[in-house]
Design a protein around this ligand. Structure first.
Ligand code: PLP
Length: 465
C-alpha cells in the first residue's frame, strides 16, 4: 500500500488506525489526534497536502525548519548520488560533503570557525555545553568553570541537559530534578518586562542581570552564557538592539564564552543568514540545525570560533581532542544535502527574501490585525513573527488557551497552518509564523486574511454573538 496525493479515504483510514494503534507521538495528546489528524503525503513550496487531498499553507515550515520549501526533488538526487558513492563512514575520518559543509559554514561566519557535526538542535547545544566545559578545563586549570547561564523562558532542546538549560517550567517539570549546573536569569521579554520597566529608560536591565548572575555565581565557576538571539519558543521576543552587544561585552569581561542558539534563527529565517548577525556580535559557540538542511534529512552542528578550536589542538598525548563522538556526526548523505540546501539559499537570496517578504507580511498583519482589541502586539524579524493575543490591549491579560486553540483550528479549517508559542506566565498565547522563506505575496495575503477572520470570530465569541 502506498499513499499518494490522490485522495484515497480507505488507504488514509488504514494509516490512521495503524498509527493510533502503535505510534507514540511527541507533545500532542493522542485523544486530540483521534479527532483530528493530518496525514501528510506531499508538499510544494509553502504548501502541504493531506492524504484526503486537502492542501494547507504551512505558515510554520513544519517545525520552523523547511526554509527552502517543500518539493525540492533535486535534493533527492543529491542524496541518491551520495548514497551510491559512500553512504557512511565514521567522522573520525574525513568525507567530502562534511568537509564542504564545514567550509560553507566557516565562510558564512567570516572565516574563523570550525564545525563539529551532530544530528539535532538539542545535540548541537549539548555539544556546545560540553565544548565550553572542556575548553574551561584546558584554559583555566585550577578553576572549576562548569556552569551555563541561560534565560528564563528559553528553549534549547529536549535532552535532559538542554531542558535544564531551558527556562520553561511546564516543559521541564515532568523530569525534575536536574543536576543544577544551569543557572537562569531574566530574559528580554520586553512586552512583559521582567522588571516592569520600559525600553529605553530600562537601560536594558535584562542584559545587566546577566552580569549580576555571573558575579553572584562566581565568575570562576561560569563556562558560558547561552542565548537564542531572538527567542522563538518564548513568544518571538526580539531584544533591544543593544542587548546582544551588551551580553557579549559582559562575557568578554569575565572570560565567559558566548554560545548562540541559531537552531531556529539561523539560515535566513530572520532576514540575515544568522540571527546574531543583526547585532554585530561574534559568538564563540553557535548551535545550528533545522534550516541547515531545511529538514530534508537530520543533520546539525556546533560551530566554534578558532580561539576555542585552538584549545582542542595538540599532540595525541596531550589528550586535548573533543572528548565525544556521535555515530552519525558528519553523515555524508545528510551533509551533501545540506551543502546543496545552503547553495540554493544563496542562489535564490533567501535571507534577503525573508527580510523583504517578512516586511510585507509584518506590514499587512499590523494593518489588519491591530484593528482587533485582542491583538496585543505583533513583533518579529524577517519571517519569524509572533502575534500576542490578549483579552484587551490595556490590561495585557493573556487570551485564554482555549480561545488561542480556536484561532489555530479556525485557520486550519480555512487551509492555513499556524503555530502557537509563548512561555511567559505559562500561557501559550502567541500565534507564531515561521513559513518557508519562499512564501509568496499572495500566500502572505491569504495568511493575513485568514488570521483577520479568525480574530473576528474570537471577538464575536467573547461578545456572545
Ligand atoms: C531554539 C531551539 N534550540 C534547540 C532546539 C532543539 O532542536 P531539535 O528538536 O532538533 O533537537 C529547538 C527545537 O525546536 C529550538 O527551537
Amino acid at each position: 500500500m502506498s499513499l499518494t496525493n490522490t485522495p484515497d479515504p480507505e488507504a488514509r483510514a488504514k494509516v490512521v488506525k495503524q498509527d493510533l494503534d502503535s505510534v507514540l507521538h511527541p507533545i500532542v495528546q493522542h485523544k486530540v489526534l483521534e479527532k483530528s489528524q493530518l496525514v501528510v503525503t506531499g508538499g510544494q513550496g509553502s504548501t502541504i497536502v493531506d492524504a484526503d487531498g486537502t492542501t494547507y499553507l504551512d505558515a510554520m515550515a513544519g517545525l520552523w525548519c523547511v526554509n527552502i520549501g517543500y518539493g525540492r526533488t533535486e535534493l533527492a538526487q543529491v542524496a541518491a548520488e551520495q548514497m551510491q558513492q559512500i553512504a557512511y563512514y565514521p567522522h573520525t575520518a574525513m568525507n567530502l560533503p562534511a568537509a564542504q559543509l564545514g567550509e560553507q559554514l566557516n565562510s558564512l561566519m567570516g572565516g574563523d570557525y570550525h564545525t563539529y557535526f551532530v544530528n539535532s538542535g538539542s545535540e548541537a547545544n549539548e555539544a556546545g555545553f560540553k565544548i565550553a566545559r572542556q575548553y574551561a578545563k584546558h584554559e583555566f586549570p585550577g578553576q572549576f568553570r562548569f556552569k551555563t547561564i541561560s534565560r528564563y523562558y528559553a528553549y534549547h532542546g529536549t535532552t535532559l541537559a538542554t531542558l535544564a538549560a531551558g527556562g520553561m517550567g511546564d516543559r521541564k517539570g515532568k523530569f525534575e530534578p536536574y543536576a543544577g549546573e544551569f543557572v537562569h536569569t531574566a530574559a528580554p521579554t520586553c512586552y512583559r518586562c521582567p522588571f516592569g520597566l520600559e525600553y529605553p529608560s530600562c537601560k536594558v536591565a535584562c542584559a545587566k542581570s546577566i552580569e549580576d548572575t555571573i558575579v553572584g555565581e562566581g565568575a570562576n565557576t561560569v563556562a558560558e552564557v547561552i542565548v537564542e538571539p531572538i527567542m522563538s519558543g518564548a513568544g518571538i521576543m526580539v531584544p533591544p538592539d543593544e542587548y546582544l552587544p551588551m551580553v557579549e561585552a559582559i562575557c568578554r569581561k569575565y572570560d565567559v564564552l558566548l554560545h548562540v542558539d541559531e537552531v531556529i534563527n539561523g539560515f535566513g529565517r530572520t532576514g540575515k543568514m544568522f540571527g546574531h548577525q543583526h547585532y554585530g556580535v561574534s559568538p564563540d559557540i553557535m548551535a545550528v540545525a533545522k534550516g541547515i538542511v531545511s529538514a530534508y534529512l537530520p543533520i546539525a552542528a556546533t560551530v566554534v570560533k578558532n580561539n576555542v578550536f585552538r584549545s582542542f589542538l595538540g599532540e595525541a598525548a596531550e589528550e586535548k581532542q573533543v572528548m565525544q563522538v556521535n555515530t552519525y556526526g558528519g553523515h555524508p548523505v545528510a551533509a551533501a544535502v545540506a551543502v546543496r540546501n545552503i547553495e540554493i539559499m544563496l542562489e535564490e537570496s533567501l535571507p534577503q527574501r525573508a527580510a523583504d517578504m517578512g516586511k510585507y507580511l509584518m506590514d499587512g498583519l499590523k494593518d489588519r490585525l491591530m484593528r482587533h482589541g485582542i491583538c496585543g502586539d505583533i513583533r518579529g524579524k524577517g519571517l519569524l513573527i509572533g502575534i500576542e493575543l490578549v483579552t484587551d490591549r490595556e490590561s495585557k491579560v493573556q487570551l485564554p488557551g482555549n480561545l488561542v486553540a480556536d484561532v489555530l483550528a479556525f485557520a486550519r479549517s480555512n487551509g492555513v497552518i499556524v503555530g502557537r508559542c509563548g512561555a511567559v506566565q505559562r500561557q501559550s498565547n502567541v500565534i507564531s509564523l515561521s513559513p518557508p522563506l519562499v512564501i509568496t505575496r499572495s500566500e502572505c495575503d491569504t495568511l493575513i486574511e485568514v488570521l483577520d477572520k479568525a480574530l473576528t470570530m474570537i471577538e464575536n465569541k467573547i461578545a456572545g454573538k
